[in-house]
Ligand binder design. Sequence first.
Ligand SMILES: [Zn+2]
Length: 63
Amino acid sequence: MSGEAPGCCILCRQPCPGGRQGLYVNGCHICRDCEEKIVSIDIDDSVYQIYMQKLKKIWSQAG
Ligand SMILES: [Zn+2]
């Protein structure tokens, strides 16, 4: 357990009101803001690399 509260976005760590917006990846929540950032972000942006690292970590946990 990493201690992250369920319902909080795994990228920005903000709690998501309503909890149903955005994406769920292996039970981890990504809020709509971050979802939109991921799809619209420039690959050359350093934030993109940070997001991808976090996403890879989640995906790797799925086995
Ligand atoms: Zn977020």
